[in-house]
Design a protein around this ligand. Structure first.
Ligand code: GRF
Length: 207
């Protein structure tokens, strides 16, 4: 039997995308979610991980009630090193990682972002898409580099924006797309698809 592809997931909040990964790979011996790291002790994602018997590590606050980015990164690097992962997935992880962390980790990192990158980097994407009167919206998975939401896009899923969409309705539809896009992308990466295929354009799901 070949060794499973080892994945760690970094989270800060609800973790519905973590849940999508857990459910997708529950019966797949080729991909294993080794552990979940959170910078927020109250993240519901931690409960999801525990329910699935996945190791968790929480680096939230130190004795002064704070944790610098550097302190978080040192702890996360140690843990990810121990877990010996092949891929790190940022799924609703709200801290920006430093260039040193990305370099020192030496493991590929992907991030899930709720827009069709390279447009609408950053926060409040649904609101901005509606304000701009866009016809299309969606989500992207991209490689993480030192530029926020700026690494090469690997995959995208697209939806049309309806004329009467509210921010909430649009967010809900994009969230549902994410739950398909992220596991699909991880399974393609586990199969080494993108090492063999240079990416002139992202692979797109039209759901
Ligand atoms: C997702 O919309 C993702 O694109 C963004 O944060 C959200 C996380 O949602 N980066 P969840 O915690 O997985 O439910």
């Amino acid at each position: 039997m070949t060794k499973p592809y080892r994945v760690a997931v970094l989270v800060s909040g609800n973790g519905s995308n973590l849940q999508a990964l857990i459910d997708s790979f529950a019966f797949d011996d080729s991909i294993s979610i080794i552990g979940v790291i959170s910078n927020n002790a109250a993240a519901y994602a931690l409960t999801r991980a525990k329910n699935a018997n996945i190791a968790t590590a929480v680096f939230d606050k130190d004795s002064n009630g704070k944790l610098t980015r550097q302190a978080f990164e040192t702890l996360a690097l140690d843990t990810l090193g121990e877990w010996q992962v092949d891929l790190v997935v940022l799924a609703g992880f709200m801290k920006v990682l430093s260039k040193d962390f990305i370099h020192n980790l030496g493991t590929p990192i992907i991030n899930l972002h709720p827009s069709l990158l390279p447009t609408y980097k950053g926060l409040d994407t649904h609101e901005r898409v509606l304000k701009a009167g866009e016809c299309y919206h969606g989500c992207s998975v991209h490689w993480v580099n030192e530029v926020l939401d700026g690494g090469q896009v690997i995959t995208q899923a697209i939806t049309t924006v309806h004329q009467d969409d509210t921010k909430e309705q649009l967010a809900k539809r994009v969230h549902a797309l994410e739950h398909t896009l992220l596991p699909w992308t991880v399974s393609l990466l586990a199969k080494d698809m993108f090492d063999k295929t240079p990416l002139p354009l992202p692979w797109r799901l039209w759901l």
